[in-house]
Write a protein that binds this ligand. Structure first.
Ligand code: NCD
Length: 334
């Protein structure tokens, strides 16, 4: 996968997973995102980097934050954005993923932002797309959600600066979470001193320690002295069979409350990728409290997605453009 993601000059080509990328590329994404952060405060919230490009939001699974922040990010880069409503698209009439791809290519699109319930879908599209097309994974099955992980890293870096001194606890449904998998990879590539996962045994993957994390089944122990706590949603839609007694009992044991938070470092920040189930993963006092950075994560998502899209599009060069119909395919954007 690493070859597909990075070109021969080490530049980002597709962004499919954190796995296979090095610290330099992750740091470049964070630094580029920082360079975009001022745009929001400008009167005209736009830069012309992707003017004339067509970016397609191809969401086969529901999403609010991710889809809209990708759209906003693309618009701030001056790209034209197509939102494909899958429920009303030909996919529901039996069209294959490959046929959908070929049709969008015929419309001269430049980049696909893909969310799909099947792990590996974004990778599949990147493998089969024409060489000038760029693909960004916006979440595939349980596998990977790399832009979410990077917006989380940006949020942590803005508050805590040095990853090598941090204890980070990820709490909740680790088993079904593509977000947790990508966060663990990013935290470890960026040199985080201690990564913990906290969950009932039924929601921890087998051999979870092989990911380089410490596993806990007790919430207070798992968040003791933590600098960052990331809460995850129970992914009911991916659960098969009864993995949990009840939401009420889950909240008693794993729901974050002010009382349980007293075990953590006093400067702890609380994160959640959303959507939050209040009263299940955490109570409202914590979600809306002074230590919560949940809404900052959403804003940071725009900067990170601008960074990833402009970096990926910037790696296009003449040599790989074999399609004479590809508009602007040989132009550098950055
Ligand atoms: C996450 C996702 O879709 O994987 N949400 C998101 O992208 N904002 C996590 C979740 O759905 O719980």
């Amino acid at each position: 996968m690493s070859n597909l993601q990075v070109d021969e000059n080490g530049r980002l080509r597709h962004f499919l997973s954190i796995e296979g990328l090095n610290r330099q590329i992750l740091t470049d994404i964070l630094d580029t995102a920082e360079s975009f952060s001022g745009i929001t405060d400008q009167h005209i919230k736009k830069v012309p980097l992707l003017r004339g490009r067509i970016i397609v939001n191809l969401f086969f699974e529901s999403s609010t934050r991710t889809r809209t922040t990708f759209e906003l990010a693309a618009k701030r880069l001056s790209a034209d954005v197509l939102n494909i409503n899958i429920n009303a698209s030909a996919t529901t009439k039996g069209e294959t993923l490959l046929d959908t791809l070929r049709n969008l290519e015929a419309m001269h699109c430049d980049m696909f932002i893909v969310r799909h319930a099947e792990s590996g879908s974004a990778h599949f599209i990147a493998q089969h797309a024409q060489p000038h097309i760029r693909v960004i994974n916006a979440g595939d099955g349980r596998h990977s959600h790399p832009t979410q992980a990077m917006l989380d890293m940006l949020t942590i870096r803005r508050h805590k600066k040095d990853f090598s001194k941090l204890k980070v606890a990820i709490v909740g449904d680790i088993l079904h979470s593509r977000v947790a998998r990508s966060q663990i990879q990013a935290l470890s590539i960026l040199g985080t001193s201690e990564i913990r996962v906290v969950a009932p045994r039924t929601l921890l993957p087998a051999k979870v320690q092989s990911l380089g994390v410490h596993a806990y089944t007790d919430l207070k122990e798992g968040i003791r002295d933590a600098d960052v706590i990331i809460m995850l949603r129970l992914q009911q839609e991916r659960m098969q069979g009864a993995l949990l007694p009840s939401s009420h009992e889950y909240f008693q044991l794993y729901g974050l409350t002010e009382e349980k938070l007293s075990c953590a470092n006093k400067d702890v920040i609380i994160m959640h990728p959303g959507p939050i189930n209040r009263g299940i993963e955490m109570d409202s006092q914590v979600a809306d409290g002074p230590r919560s950075v949940v809404l900052q994560q959403v804003s940071n998502g725009i900067d990170v997605r601008m960074a990833v899209m402009s970096m990926a599009m910037g790696s296009i060069n003449t040599a790989e453009t074999t399609d004479p119909n590809a508009p602007n395919a040989s132009k550098e954007t950055r």
